[in-house]
Design a protein around this ligand. Sequence first.
Ligand code: SF4
Length: 253
Amino acid sequence: MKHIVSLSGGKDSTAMLIKMIEMGMVIDDIVFINVMATPTMGAEFPEMYDYLDKLEGYIGRKITRVPSVISFDEGFHQTYKKGARKGAIYGYPFTIGAWCNDRLKLRAIEKHYKTYGEHIRYLGIAADETKRLKHLTPNCRAPLADWRMTEQDCINFLQERDMMNPLYKKFKRLGCFFCPKQSLSSLRTVRHDYPELWKMMMQWDVESPRTFRPDGTVHDLDRRFALEDQQITIWSYMEEVQTGSDTGKTEAA
Ligand code: SF4
């Protein structure tokens, strides 16, 4: 029986992995499913890959990085074989029932884990994630729940070891840079901090038969964020003028 840790690079699975190692638990392999944006480029933000390197150094072990069977770009360009959409490309996934989770993540997981034969899978599900805990399959374990570690406990645990993923300084939840499920504030950060990745999203946007989010396209978001930036610039300018004139008044007085 093999013991396999499923690692996402997020706070919960990373805290679980480090604690399992500290407790001397048997681990035969540590698996990170690397969703690919294109056949040659991962879908995570660059900091994630640096963080995995740092984690490997910290635990003194290799992490098995398994690429998705197809990339997002390939899935995006697949066509419907039947029904009303026959012949149309998939395009951006729906926010509910997204094709990407199944085709990019789950297929890679199922294909890779078969190579272990009989195994126990360790998942980073915190003690306060009751819904996910209810759906654990018989070969899966959730040690964080056994240790009664909540999501906040995982954060504290990693901070004590200086092993918190730096992406949490920018995002509340981690995932693919093009994820349509991410929040508006997260999308603002993608546009602002990762212009090259945003450009890729804009390119896919032109081809997609459906909008990126139910309420609009990436181009709509781009216009909205650009307008917000302009407003912030104007406000800052007015504030500066105001402060300057106030100072002027004070000095004059
Ligand atoms: S993180 Fe978002 S884009 Fe990536 S596989 Fe999951 S749902 Fe799809």
